[in-house]
Design a protein around this ligand. Structure first.
Ligand SMILES: Cc1ncc(COP(=O)(O)O)c(C=O)c1O
Length: 432
């Protein structure tokens, strides 16, 4: 007999996202032996570097609970690493280690009062995390002309409608879902508004090292250190999402916030797994091989993303050129009349149709807080065998020749699903 159990209403109303539905459909097709072109799932395809794997194995005996905020040596290494990487000055006693940055974003959102502003489109989890807290995001719909990057005047305007003294902005740079990378000037202008409007920034920098533009990465820490919290970790740059290791860094002056966060951590997950923290020490020690590895993987991410961008533009989609992370946000608006005539009245229907009929998995913009009637969608550029592609990218070096040109030909040859997925989308457009 089914038992009626009373549940927390905020949790019950969390809806199953279209992301999950598309991923499930893709999984089922693959299980049935069908080919699927999986642009839906955003996981780095590369192996964890052997040095990190060895560090993990060598620390399997570490069995003691670690301090709540994490291994002191790890906090110190992270601070030094980011000094070298981006010239950040992160106080090591204001860094906390968590089981992925996602959990830390959740906990800090739980602690902070005030409305939470996010640019739309933004990462799928910010909204549900806030919903668990009984709040809703305040989305600012950005425009394709500005590569879906939040502009200072848009933020200022949004603040005019908010009475609360303290506000929060979560911004992911480079962006999941668009691959956009903010410029120095954009960060500077946004920082100025944040200072004027008493906005605390949660700067989600999980993809900061996956930067394939020709510009240096610029974070809010440069222009607004006193109001910027930074979250990052091993998942994306070091392809170790399953290790579940992330950190949050709070600015000087927020010691009370850290006290609160430490209390939350100690009453929830206690501390991150000890072997993983010791393995992470290897990552943040500044080892040259690891830095080179991240650089090469980033180059491949860039080549894959730029290939997809080239194909999308060629087939008539609109799509800002990505500069980081491993995502693109093309839209099918040029085909909206034909899509409507086919009964595909929004992005959710479009993505369902594409997976059912063409075996292409992509995610509708609505899941990223973008208006439902816009035919924008998120494409992840990682449906390839990362180990194999990495080796292929080095092959000339092994043979003492010039480095491999990671051009469109390289991607078509070594990442066949990216090509075939584009061919399928093109076929769909031709069939309309
Ligand atoms: C934008 C963004 N932020 C944060 C995360 C969380 O990463 P993790 O919890 O693995 O550190 C992800 C992972 O998909 C992400 O895409």
């Amino acid at each position: 007999m089914k038992r009626s159990v009373k549940l927390n209403r905020d949790i019950m109303s969390l809806k199953e996202s279209a992301t999950l539905a598309v991923n499930l459909a893709a999984k089922k097709l693959r299980k049935d032996g069908e080919d699927v072109y999986h642009f839906g799932f955003g996981q780095s395809p590369f192996p964890v570097h052997p040095k990190i794997q060895i560090a993990l194995a060598n620390n399997a005996h570490q069995k003691d609970y670690l301090p709540t905020r994490g291994l002191p040596e790890l906090c110190s290494s992270i601070s030094k690493y980011y000094k070298t990487l981006f010239d950040y000055n992160l106080p090591e006693d204001l860094i906390a280690i968590g089981p992925g940055s996602k959990e830390l974003i959740f906990q800090i959102l739980y602690i902070l009062e005030g409305p939470v502003i996010v640019p739309a489109p933004s990462w799928v989890s910010y909204g549900p995390q806030l919903q668990i807290r009984g709040k809703e995001i305040v989305p600012i719909v950005t425009s394709r002309d500005k590569k879906y990057k939040l502009q200072a005047n848009e933020l200022k305007q949004c603040c005019e409608n908010i009475q609360d003294d303290q506000k929060i902005l979560i911004l992911n740079n480079p962006s999941n879902p668009t691959g956009a990378l903010y410029t120095d000037q954009e960060i500077k202008d946004l920082s100025q508004v944040c200072r004027e409007e008493n906005i605390i920034i949660i700067s989600d920098e999980i993809y900061a090292q996956v930067n394939f533009s020709n510009r240096d990465y610029v974070g809010f820490h440069k222009y607004y250190p006193e109001g910027t919290m930074i979250t990052a970790g091993l998942s994306k740059s070091h392809a170790a999402g399953g290790y579940r290791l992330g950190f949050i860094s709070l600015p000087k002056g927020m010691e009370d916030v850290m006290k609160c966060l430490s209390a939350m951590i100690s009453e929830t997950f206690s501390a991150v797994s000890a072997p993983i923290q010791y393995a992470a020490l290897e990552t943040y020690c500044g080892d040259y091989d690891l830095i080179r590895y991240v650089d090469r993987c980033t180059k491949i991410h860039g080549a894959a993303s730029l290939y997809l961008h080239y194909r999308f533009i060629k087939m008539g989609l609109n799509c800002p050129k990505p500069e980081g992370a491993f995502y693109l946000f093309p839209d099918f608006n040029n085909f909206s009349d034909k899509l409507k005539a086919k009964g595909l009245s929004d992005g959710v229907k479009l993505s369902q149709f594409l997976i059912d009929e063409y075996h292409v998995a992509l995610l509708p913009g609505e899941d990223f807080y973008y208006p439902a009637d816009y035919y924008g969608c998120r494409i992840a550029s990682v449906d390839y065998d990362g180990d194999y592609v990495y080796q292929q990218s080095l092959i000339n070096l092994f043979e003492g020749k010039a480095d491999v040109d990671l051009d469109h030909k390289f991607i078509e040859k070594n990442c066949p699903n990216l090509k075939k997925g584009c061919d399928q989308i093109e076929k769909f457009l031709n069939d309309l």
